[in-house]
Design a protein around this ligand. Structure first.
Ligand SMILES: [Zn+2]
Length: 258
């Protein structure tokens, strides 16, 4: 990391530009800028893992229980990054496009399907790169027919089943060594909306932590993982009511063999 990098603040808008540099792609436009990280040297593939509601403070609270994420941070990096929306769909659109919500204009699931904005998986696919997206059904449908591997999972199944299925499909997709992979985990957010107390949220996070451990061991060291939240907790007793609204981002390499 350069001196300049240690003093600058980071945003979700920087994720797509950073991934674009690693993949050798040009984003048509972007509100963010690439993070110049020593961690990304030697990487040619990118895996963006979005963990719904993984606020920065929440991760700090959970971390003593999260063995795999702790290990990743000790060998990689944990950044506190600004969240650009308090809602899932616009935040994910910003993560994948590098654009502010007012620039990508995607505020709900219908908007995501109608949007003409090109996001990172589409840009990568147009350039002939192999991509995999594992997401909630509606989000995945946006990419159907546009990229190589698309897996949609119904959010009507129990959240722990959703996350285990996302883990299984992500590990499966990694066997094909995609240049770009995007995967999504729902359990923490669902437990918040189901009104579960701290223990329930922690249990959901433990499942996701185990999934991330499996996933990281299914990818080789040329894959840079960007594990990030979409927004801080936006409901229930742990809801964040005042700024700064920040989420966690863990940067780490795959731990499997080539
Ligand atoms: Zn969300």
């Amino acid at each position: 990391m350069t001196d300049q990098e240690t003093t600058r603040s980071y945003s979700q808008l920087d994720i797509a530009p950073t991934a674009a540099v690693i993949l050798g792609l040009q984003l048509p436009e972007s509100d963010g800028r690439p993070i110049d990280l020593a961690a990304s040297r030697g990487c040619k593939n990118v895996a963006i893992i979005i963990v719904d509601s993984l606020g920065y403070d929440l991760l700090k609270w959970l971390l003593p229980s999260l063995e795999n994420m702790r290990e990743l941070i000790s060998g990689g990096k944990l950044l506190r990054i600004t969240s650009v929306s308090n809602h899932t769909t616009p935040a994910i659109a910003s993560i994948l496009s590098g654009l502010l919500p007012r620039h990508h204009g995607i505020f709900d699931k219908a908007g995501a399907k109608e949007s003409r904005i090109l996001s990172l998986p589409e840009i990568a696919a147009v350039s002939g790169q192999s991509c995999a997206v594992i997401m909630e059904q509606n989000g995945a449908e946006v990419y159907q027919g546009l990229i190589e591997t698309v897996h949609g999972i119904s959010d009507r199944i129990p959240p722990q089943d959703f996350d285990r299925e996302a883990c299984r499909l992500t590990c499966l997709a990694l066997q094909e060594k995609p240049r770009l992979l995007v995967s999504y985990f729902i359990g923490i957010d669902k437990s918040v909306h189901m009104g579960l107390a701290r223990e329930g949220i922690k249990n959901a996070a433990l499942i996701i932590d185990r999934c991330i451990g499996e996933i990281i061991r299914a990818a080789d060291e040329e894959t840079l993982f960007m594990i990030c939240g979409d927004h801080p907790i936006h409901a229930g007793p742990l809801k964040r009511n005042r700024g700064p609204y920040c989420v966690a981002m863990i940067l780490a390499h795959g731990r499997g063999h080539k």
